[in-house]
Design a protein around this ligand. Structure first.
Ligand code: ZN
Length: 334
């Protein structure tokens, strides 16, 4: 049995599974933390990759384990409170340590690293450009720059200052909005999206394995929403895999967040492939009942607003492999 399976085997007998994959039971932590014991099944455990996360919605206790990490003190306490014998906990700790050192050796060769990269020549942030416009007046501003602002506001309903978007007057780029890719605060690539019908839609410079908007996953959510495009991710504060494929290196980075992973595919033929990869990674998948004509999250936010879109995603999240497959069959057909 894997460490995750052993942890699962000590869950209280009285429990139920929610469609989104959480196993709910009376939390075992609360009275150890000076809170009234839980009687309303507010303790939850979820599988996340080969790891597990525990969250108590009564006293707020959290504990998790991922392959490649040691067994934290909080996880050891949790096991104790669930009634695991001391020798089992010690064994698990040792096993986790062994996996950790193996994983560290492996990560050294496999975790993607990202070098600093330059944006196209002359690129300045929209914030800097707006100062420029104030100084020089709209009548002296290039139409393409104005179009770029309008594209974000009107075509995407994204506040131009909510992310450090860039623009440049350089030929070949002036009809595009530049979305820098950040990792640990450094610019490690970008994609430049056409704001008109120009082809290609995107001109990108990126290292394979990059996950967009990972740096910003600081909110106290129990989940992370994984989508295809950068505008989808920005619309609901999720991350984007920048295509339909979840690469192994991307999965490594996403798993390190230690949260429930909810994949929301685009509703097109490539999206079906994303679903398959989500299942292989044991992620949850949400294929919400979008309004007609909605093909991705950014479309949905424009029609429904951010809160309603998030609500649909969360409430229609599915963890069971069979149910995901059944839903996909119907969802991609319509
Ligand atoms: Zn608790």
């Amino acid at each position: 049995m894997s460490i995750g399976e052993i942890i699962y085997s000590y869950l209280p007998a009285k429990r139920k599974q929610t469609p989104s994959g959480w196993i709910k039971f009376n939390a075992v932590c609360c009275h150890h933390n000076g809170t009234t014991p839980d009687t309303r099944q507010r303790g939850g455990m979820i599988q996340n990759g080969d790891g597990v996360s525990y969250h108590c919605f009564n006293c707020g206790y959290k504990a998790s384990w991922q392959p490649g990490r040691h067994l934290t003190r909080k996880m050891r306490y949790l096991l104790q409170w669930m009634g695991a014998p001391d020798d089992v906990i010690t064994k698990l700790s040792l096993e986790a340590l062994k996996i950790e050192s193996d994983a560290k050796a492996l990560e050294a060769v496999s975790l993607p690293t990202f070098e600093e990269r330059e944006l196209p020549e002359g690129a300045k942030s929209l914030e800097a450009w707006s100062t420029w416009i104030e100084l020089h007046g709209w009548e002296n501003t290039e139409q393409d720059l104005i179009t770029a602002f309008c594209y974000l506001r009107n075509n995407r309903q994204i506040d131009p200052y909510s992310y450090p978007f860039y623009w440049t007057s350089k030929l070949g780029y002036k009809n595009r909005i530049i979305i820098p890719f950040y990792k640990d605060g450094k610019i490690v690539g970008y994609t430049a999206r056409a704001v008109n019908d120009a082809k290609p839609k995107y001109i990108s410079d990126q290292t394979p394995g990059y996950v967009f908007n990972l740096d910003r996953q600081t909110q106290d959510r129990e989940f992370v929403i994984v989508c295809e495009g950068p505008f989808d991710a920005l619309s609901i504060d999720g991350v984007a895999i920048l295509g339909a494929e979840i690469m192994d290196k991307q999965a490594l980075l996403i798993n390190r967040l230690n949260r429930q992973v909810i994949v929301v595919p685009d509703r097109d033929s490539d999206g079906a492939r994303t679903v398959e990869q989500a299942i292989n990674n044991r992620y949850s998948v949400s294929m919400p009942d979008w309004p007609d004509g909605v093909k991705d999250i950014n479309d949905a936010v424009q029609k429904l607003g951010k809160l309603q879109t998030l609500y649909k995603i969360i409430s229609q999240t599915e963890h069971n492999e069979l149910k995901i497959k059944l839903r996909a069959k119907q969802w991609f057909l319509n």
